[in-house]
Design a protein around this ligand. Structure first.
Ligand SMILES: NC(=O)C1=CN([C@@H]2O[C@H](COP(=O)(O)OP(=O)(O)OC[C@H]3O[C@@H](n4cnc5c(N)ncnc54)[C@H](OP(=O)(O)O)[C@@H]3O)[C@@H](O)[C@H]2O)C=CC1
Ligand SMILES: O=C(O)[C@@H]1CCC=N1
Length: 270
């Protein structure tokens, strides 16, 4: 039997996921999407050939429901789904912060729930998605979630207690790298380079460094030491980074992101 997968609240993450699933071989005829706005539904149909349905129709007909609305919109969505959703359907949440227990309390008893935190590199099939089982999710449910999110990159199973930390590291992680590139490009401007050249130099350096981190098997400290010549240029830069507390700032920043993820869980959404 064909398995129907519905993406509910198909915004940036939902669309990245479903486009990756189609690239990986899913049949768009088996993919349903829900949106809040009609023009967004039309756009998704035109771009991907997927079928727009209402949330209620998705609850009644899909075998797997992937919920990718903002955490603040999840309660309203669950109120809409709960009366129509049979307990044997797999519910996958892609939302930051919200624990699987939140879904289990609002859906039919024994509904299997899987929590996933992915990231925007899903758009280029380089996502990092961390996956945790709720109370009633079986090994088969986890494997199904891995199959779906494996279409857009790497997956890793973690205990749900680590999800807020993973959200701070990999969920938000791409933003920190974009921020660094932005800041380093500004530095290039200060040093007299045209913006487009500064951007190209930094982006290629980032790609090179990321590839070495992934493929060389070397520790990042060793990779950095290899760049840092005695009495050379790099150590002058590193001294400035250390004296401005950049390492401590990064640790504090990720701790703040972890704390915000926890706040989303407790309903502090302001
Ligand atoms: N952006 C990121 O980098 C990451 C985001 N996430 C998580 O993914 C989720 C989505 O984030 P993102 O894609 O950035 O957000 P978006 O706002 O782009 O997507 C959410 C979509 O859900 C729609 N929506 C809201 N309520 C409903 C409803 N009741 N029925 C149908 N559609 C609805 C919104 O419609 P409308 O357009 O009208 O607002 C919007 O298009 C969040 O929970 C976030 O925590 C996880 C990892 C990374
Ligand atoms: O900023 C956010 O809340 C979302 C979750 C992880 C990345 N973006």
């Amino acid at each position: 039997m064909t398995q129907k997968v519905a993406v509910l609240g198909t915004g940036k993450i939902g669309e990245a996921l479903l486009s990756g699933m189609i690239r990986a071989g899913w049949n768009s005829a088996d993919l349903l999407v829900t949106t809040r706005r009609r023009e967004r539904a039309d756009e998704l149909h035109a771009r991907h050939g997927v079928t727009p349905v209402t949330n209620t129709e998705a609850a009644k007909t899909a075998d797997t429901l992937i919920l990718t609305v903002k955490p603040q919109d999840m309660g309203t969505l669950l109120d809409e789904l709960a009366p129509h959703l049979p307990a044997d359907r797999l519910v996958i949440s892609g939302a930051a912060g919200i624990p699987t227990a939140y879904f289990e309390e609002r859906l039919a008893a024994a509904t299997p729930v899987v929590r996933v935190m992915t990231n925007t590199p899903a758009l280029v099939d380089e996502a990092m998605s961390v996956i945790s089982a709720g109370t009633h999710a079986t090994a088969a449910h986890l494997a199904h979630a891995e199959e779906i999110f494996g279409a857009v990159g790497k997956t890793l199973r973690v205990p749900e207690s680590q999800q807020d930390a993973c959200t701070a590291l990999s969920g938000s992680g791409p933003a920190y790298f974009f921020y660094l590139v932005e800041a380093m490009t500004d530095a290039g401007i200060l040093l007299g380079l045209p913006r487009d050249k500064a951007h190209e130099l930094i982006v290629q350096s980032a790609i090179g460094a990321a590839t070495m981190l992934r493929d060389s098997g070397e520790h990042p400290v060793k990779l950095r030491e290899n760049v840092t010549s005695p009495a050379g240029t790099t150590i002058s830069a590193i001294r400035e980074l250390e004296s401005h507390g950049v390492r401590a700032a990064l640790i504090a920043a990720l701790e703040a992101a972890r704390d915000r993820s926890r706040e989303l869980a407790s309903g502090t959404t302001g």
